[in-house]
Each structure stands twice: as C-alpha cells, then as structure tokens.
Design a protein around this ligand. Structure first.
Ligand code: GAL
Length: 714
C-alpha cells in the first residue's frame, strides 16, 4: 500500500503549464514538441515470422476468482496467445485515494502467464473511481448543454482538468513501476477508444485560452484568424474568449475558424493526455514492452497522428451493428470498407498496427444487432491479417451476465465455457495462422504488379474538420467522400496507405488528395514536383479553396491549384436530396447531387467528364493533364454512391498503363508477408483471378459469401 500527499494547487498549475507547452504551433498539423523519451522502433516488437498473434479481452474483476484459472486455461487451450486486462478497473486498483491494490491483478497476471498467455495491460483512465468525483467534482466533463457529467458511466472526466490529470499520472506511474519490468507483460494500451470529446468545463475553458495564447501570441492575431471584424465578435484580450458553443447559439452561424480551433485544441488535449501517459510508462517499462492506444475505426475527432509518443496506434472494429451497405445479407457480414480502411489508415502512421477489439458476434449497442453469417468472423480475421495487423484481439472472452453490455457476445457463451459461433471461428483462424507460419517466404517483397499501383490517400484531420464545419450542403459527408476514393482504389487491388503531409509522396506512384480544402504554396509546390517526377496526382472537388486558417484566398476560386490542374473553377453547385444532375464520361452517364464544380480547362488539358444537364450542360466536370513525367487529374464531382469517382480513379491507372484488377464493391484483395488474401462481403460468390501456379492455402475459389481465400504465388 502506498500513500501520496494531496495534489497541491502549485503542482496543479505546473501540470496545466506542462500540458500547454505541448500545444502545436500555428500550422495546426503537428502535436507539438518532439518527445523527450523517444518511442522505440516498432519493428522490434513483432517479428515478421510471428505473422499475427491472436488474443482476447478478460475482465477478472467481473468474475468470481475461482473461475479465473479455468478461464485462462480454456483461452490457452483454444489457442489464444495473449489476454488483455485492467482497462476499466481503476476502482479496484486504487479503491481509496492514494491506496493502491494490485494484488488481484498480480494473481490474474500470474494465472494467465502460467496458462501460457502473454498479457496486455491497460491504463484505467477512462473510468475515474467514485471517490474522485465525491471529493473533486471539478474532474468531470461538461457538455455543450452546460451540464456536468457525473459518476456512473465511463468517459466522464475532463482531460483538461489538472486534478484528474494528476490522479491519472499517479495511477499510471504506480502501474508502470509495478509491471514495467515484468516480462509477462507484452505491451500497454493507454485509455480506451480516445474520442476527443468536446468539453465545455471551466478547466477546458482555461486550457483553451492558454492554447490560443500560445498559438496566436497577441489577441489581434486571433481576431484576424477568427474574423473578429464580423458581427462585432472581436475580443479585447484572451481572458474574454469563450468556447464556441453551437448548441447555445443555434440561431446563427458561429465563426468557423473558432470552431476549427476548438476542434484542434480538443484533439491536441487528447493527444497530450495520451502522450503524457506514454512518457510515464516509458520511464519505467523494459524495452520490449510496447505502448499503444485503441482508436475507434472511424476516428473523426481524436487524431492518432497527434499522439506521436505512442509506439503505434491500434484500432477497434465492430463491422455489424445494423447497417446494410451492399443490400441482401450484407447487414450480417458488416460494413465492407471498415477493416481495410482502418488497417490502411493506422498501419502507415508508424509502420505497424494491431486490431485491439474485434466483434466476436452480436453487439449490444447497434441500431439493431443481428446475427452474423457463419464465416464472417473468420473472414474479418483473415482480412485484418492481410491488412498487415501484427496482432488481433477480440472483445470479449465471456458473455456478460449483468451490466451495461449484457447482450454482447463473447468467445464463450453465458455458461462461461461453451464456444460461440464466433469463438469457433477464432479457434479455426488461430490454427490456420499457425499453419501459415510454417510456410516459407514471410520476408518476400511485394509482387511487382502490386507495387506498380501503390497508392496513397493524403489525409488531414484539420482539413476534415474544416469541411465538416462548413459543409454548405447537408448532403456533404467528408468520411463517405474519402471512402468513395478508398473504395475506388481497392477495386483495383492496389495496396493503399493513408498518409499525411509529413510523408514522402514519392513512395507512391499514385496519390489522391480528396477534397483537400486547406492548402499553402509549399504543399502545392510539393504536389507539382511529385507530378513532374512521374507521380500521378488526383485532386478532387473543394481542393485548394482555403488557406490553413480556413479563409478563402483573395484570388479566383481555388486560386493556388488552378495552374496545377490546368483549369479554372468557375463555380460550384449542389442539389436538393431528391434532385439528380447528370455527368457524362466516355463510358457512362452518372448521376450526382452532392457537389459539382464547373471547370474551364486550359489548352492541353483533357476533359474526362462533362455536365450533361443543368444550366451549365456541356461544361467540364473532370479533367486530366500531363506535367513532366506524371499526370494530374481533377475530379470536380462528389456523389453518394461513388460510381463516377470509381470510374475516373480507375481511368487514372489506365492512362498510366498500370495493370489493375476489377473487384466489385465488397471484395478485397490484400498481400502481406508473401500471402494473398481475398474476402467477399457480397451475396454472390466471386472468382478471384490468380496467377498461374498459385496455391490455395485457406478457403476456395470462387470465394463464397462471408469467406476468405488465402493463397501464395509460386
Ligand atoms: C467498444 C469499447 C469496448 C466495448 C465494446 C462493446 O467500442 O471500446 O469497451 O464497450 O465497444 O462492443
């Protein structure tokens, strides 16, 4: 048992000051100063020959102690290689302020290790114990309605609150001291599904003002950035600045620049929260232990690139929760693009990723929670393997008998011992991955045809936020727009990486920047150089319209990119939900209603698509041109279905004479460590084209619905 002295006001102040030193400089892109304690090279954690280890969540605190040993032994017997604990257990780790109790966790770790399981430990920061709220109610987050969250749920704390941060630092320190040198502990997960929730508490307001002061230095700069000349909204000092709160000011539009800064601040606070915990862990842990956090698969508020003190980001994955994207039985096989998109998004950030939570069956929180088609869980596991995951963990081992998630499936059912359908599919996949390990060639390099179509999608959370703050049509959906492009790329069988402006574009023969609204001259110059040197660049509607503050340029629309794309953008249009416009390509007539730009191409620019109706019929909607050794294509249309996006993206590969596959939506082909993996989310079996002499290892071709095919090329 250890005691600490109470957090003093002075200590609290210095804690806040520390947080703010991590605030980013004006670009809004980076997460601040380089970490003092550097993340180790992630490659050392996961040897290529291990392929993908598979594990399972366990909450010892939720089960009678006399069942733990049986449960760990069964997990190991089923083939699981690791388990995952302590995520939400702060009240057991620190039952009273300053009194720590790790005895129960020691016992669980011991039993797990004796069963042959490695352990991922978690920091419990998502779940502050009741004593904290009783004594320090200021630790809670305040919603946009001005109401304070209270105890009785998770994710209720204000990460801007210095008292909460002090308590978090302390529990993490205690855990790190206790388990940092323990070689039974494989790695660490910080927090759970960091979400960057908007916080309107007094602590958040205080931290926001300091963040702004650090960013703008003098209030005049903030007034210029936020357009303070508009509606008399300028401030006389930072102390007057308030958090922009749309729900309190709903009758009119707030400054979009203030909203963008609040979003950036919230993401920076989340990143600093995770980075601080990583720094503490790194002080104590042995070199082999790794540090991650499990972002949700569609992370639109927290920005994993900002939390750069982690060794790598991992992600959570629940593809079936009531949506039916492809029609037919697809509500049972899952949102088809979720897994590839998460793998291709999280993996390139540090060159490695893991799937930290995979749904094993029905969940409890979807709009409806249908059964999965048999085979689906196995298919997902193989897809994550193909997508390069170094490990995969399923949420959760046991079906809860009580509590908030009691309708959630597990690997075993309500009796605690019998494998569910998902459990059986895990057992099968684990056995098969072991078989794959025995085959040679894990170090082989990517086949030439894959390499020739390597594609990157340029992505920035700042750009996404700015698009979302001023959609201009309620039909605009930034995430769907990005997804239309990633789906188009995946239809060619190209390996895809989501990258940032800090990455080297020249690693990719194809680069797509969907609706990259905020630019500066140095980015445009880099795009131009990339193309001159032989890259194929695709820019799409809304790109280049604004500067980094989110202001329009004092120039013709999209001024900075007009020369690059070889066209003027005359104006843009959007249609009401029921109305459709038409655009003609050389192959087909497409419908649109989300966004359309009207282009005037310069001499030497080729038209790929034209408007077929509306008062601007006959004008260009998409264009392409050559510069140096490469090409630039501009697609001025955004649709819900993504058909025209798909056709035009495929055209870019064709013009570059690069061989591509023709996979329907819901069929994907990955390559990893010498293995080809194909999966089929559709209702129709798909015959996967394979090279001569290819050898099927898992599954069959044609690939049936909800099945995976794994093969190697000879
Ligand atoms: C995840 C969350 C888990 C659990 C799960 C249930 O989003 O990270 O803690 O609640 O959902 O499906």
């Amino acid at each position: 048992m250890k005691h600490i002295t109470l957090v003093t006001q002075a200590a609290v102040m210095s804690c806040t000051a520390m947080l703010l030193l991590n605030a980013p400089a004006l670009s809004g892109q980076a997460a601040g100063a380089a970490p003092e304690l550097k993340a180790a090279s992630p490659g050392i954690f996961f040897p290529a020959n291990d392929l993908m280890k598979i594990g399972v969540f366990y909450y010892p605190e939720q089960w009678p102690k006399d069942e733990w040993e049986r449960d760990f032994k069964n997990m190991a017997r089923f083939g699981f290689e690791f388990t995952h604990m302590a995520e939400f257990s702060w009240t057991y780790l620190e039952p009273e302020e300053g009194r720590f109790d790790f005895t129960w966790l020691d016992e669980a770790v011991d039993m797990a290790a004796r069963a042959g399981l490695k352990v991922i430990l978690c920091t419990p920061s998502l779940c502050p114990p009741a004593w904290m709220g009783e004594k320090y109610p200021e630790v809670y987050l305040v919603g946009s309605d001005g109401r304070r969250r209270e105890h009785g749920i998770r994710a209720n704390a204000s990460i801007s609150n210095p008292v909460y941060r002090k308590f978090t630092d302390r529990i993490v320190t205690e855990l790190a001291r206790h388990y940092g040198n323990d070689d039974r502990i494989w790695g660490w997960q910080i927090d759970n599904e960091p979400l960057a929730v908007a916080d309107y508490s007094p602590s958040a307001l205080d931290a926001f003002r300091k963040w702004l002061e650090n960013r703008y230095k003098i209030i005049g700069n903030l007034n210029r950035a936020w357009a303070g000349s508009f509606w008399s909204t300028r401030y006389g000092s930072f102390i007057q600045v308030l958090i922009p709160n749309e729900s309190m000011n709903s009758e009119d539009k707030l400054s979009p620049h203030a909203l963008l800064d609040f979003q950036r601040f919230t993401a920076d606070m989340t990143a600093s929260f995770l980075n601080d915990q990583a720094d503490i862990l790194r002080k104590y842990i042995r070199p082999g232990q790794w540090i991650t956090s499990n972002y949700i698969n569609v992370s639109t508020s927290a920005d994993p690139r900002r939390s750069d003190h982690l060794d790598f980001p991992s992600f959570t994955m629940y593809p079936v929760s009531g949506r039916n994207e492809l029609g037919g039985n697809n509500f049972r096989t899952g949102i088809p693009y979720r897994i590839y998109e998460a793998c291709d998004y999280y993996r390139p950030i540090k060159g490695i990723t893991g799937l930290m939570e995979l749904q094993p069956g029905q969940v409890n929180w979807g709009s409806v929670n249908p059964q999965l088609l048999p085979g689906t869980v196995h298919m997902w596991i193989m897809q994550a393997f193909g997508g390069g995951c170094s490990f995969l963990c399923t949420y959760r081992y046991r079906h809860p008998l009580r509590g908030s998630e009691m309708y959630h499936d597990g690997i075993v059912g309500t009796d605690g011992i019998t494998l569910t359908q998902g459990g059986k599919e895990f057992v099968q996949a684990i056995r098969e991955i072991h078989e794959l390990k025995k085959l040679p060639g894990h170090d082989s390099s990517m086949p030439a045809d894959f390499k020739s179509r390597r594609t990157a999608i340029l992505w920035s959370h700042d750009v996404m936020w700015d698009l979302d703050i001023q959609k201009q049509t309620e039909l605009w959906d930034t995430w769907r727009n990005r997804n239309n492009y990633s789906s188009a790329v995946k239809s060619t069988g190209a390996p895809l990486d989501f990258i940032s402006e800090n990455d080297d574009f020249r690693n990719y023969p194809f680069l797509i920047a969907p609706s990259y609204q905020m630019v500066d001259s140095s980015l445009v110059t880099r795009w131009l150089d990339y193309v001159r040197d032989g890259g194929n660049l695709v820019l799409t509607c809304r790109t280049g319209q604004k500067d980094r503050l989110g202001h329009f340029f004092e120039a013709p629309l999209a001024g900075p990119v007009r020369k690059l794309i070889g066209a003027d953008i005359e104006f843009f249009d959007m249609l009401p939900e029921g109305s459709k416009g038409k655009v003609r390509t050389s192959n087909s007539l497409h419908e649109w209603n989300i966004w359309a730009e009207i282009l005037s191409p310069y001499a030497g620019t080729e038209v790929l698509a034209s408007h077929h109706d509306q008062f601007y019929a006959g004008t260009a909607a998409a264009v392409t041109r050559r510069i140096g050794k490469g090409t630039v294509t501009y697609i001025g249309i955004a649709t819900k279905e993504g058909d025209i996006e798909r056709e035009l993206v495929r055209k870019v590969y064709e013009l570059a004479k690069v061989p591509v596959e023709d996979l329907p939506k819901g069929v994907y082909h990955e390559w990893r460590n010498g293995f080809n993996v194909a999966v089929n989310y559709t209702d129709v079996p798909f015959k996967m084209p394979m090279n001569k002499g290819a050898r099927v290892i898992i599954g069959e071709n044609p690939v049936p619905t909800a099945r995976a095919l794994v093969w190697i090329d000879n």
